[in-house]
Design a protein around this ligand. Sequence first.
Ligand SMILES: NCc1[nH]cc(CCC(=O)O)c1CC(=O)O
Length: 329
Amino acid sequence: MSEQGLRIGTRKSVMALAQTDEVARLLRAANPALAVEIVRFETRGDQDQTSKLLRHGGKGGAFVAEIREAMRAGELQAAMHSLKDVPGNEETPGLIIAATLPRDAANDSLVLRPGLSLETFRAQHGKGFKIGTNAVRRAAYLRRLFPEATVIHYRGAADTRVAKLDRGDMQRLPGGGDVGPADALVMARSGLERIWMTSRIAHDFSVAEMLPAVGQGIVAVECVEQDWVTRGYLAKIDNMPSRLCAEAEREVLWVLNGHCNSPIAGHATLDGDEMILTASVLDETGDKFIETSRRGAAGRPRELGRAVGLDLLEKGAAEIIARTRPDEH
Ligand SMILES: NCc1[nH]cc(CCC(=O)O)c1CC(=O)O
């Protein structure tokens, strides 16, 4: 039983469960004799809906750490992560991302409160609108795209965020007090697809107008590096284009020592045997904006990522990142 069994851990949000179901489906199809079991974790990050997540060691720290502990202890063989939530500036000794699923849409979308129209939003250039997000990157792009809009702190699992928007709930701030209610949210299209809420998308930002987070839209499966049996199962569902793009984008984070809520964006696409990698660094006010793009060999993604990261450093990225580094709470 244990020989042919694979226990995969996940957070228990609707989105995470949908992603893990997809991993399980692919694993079963590729390994018909394998018994795949999904183990749901309630992480500290999910329980504490008010804090800005930073006191858990950032987004990655909250969502990832506990599941990794269980894997190291042998209670699980694998862990499902949204690659976007996996910190890019940490070593994870003994663990490896052994599968990346084919990338879903990488872009962000605008979701409006029912009754509000995109035409009104556009005509007013966002003036008078409160847009909810907890991502420094999205806030920075919003301030560039809609300087008249107000960006407010907003968090929670994807489905919860939409429910709060629809009810017109206020948001409790980490330092006390309330903001809201939000008129709009910016969310990952892929996340909305996975929770069957694409009908709520009022506008899809193109990746050019709002460069996505590194790894956005990619579901990753991690396991113990020395667990060759599990690695064998996972290798069968690893998607090469997705892996190559992930490696290039994550190398940018590594070069910039990007923490998990950095104002860093990065997106790679393949063009035959070449790859195009674009990355940017923004400050929270949206005033400072550095972007760079390079083309290189698709087969050497880290090389391309390093070159793009070094370009950004040369243009002053380190100073912007240092200024947005989260303080201790
Ligand atoms: N931080 C939450 C999170 N982590 C991954 C996704 C979905 C997008 C993806 O697969 O990268 C989301 C929701 C969102 O950003 O709206």
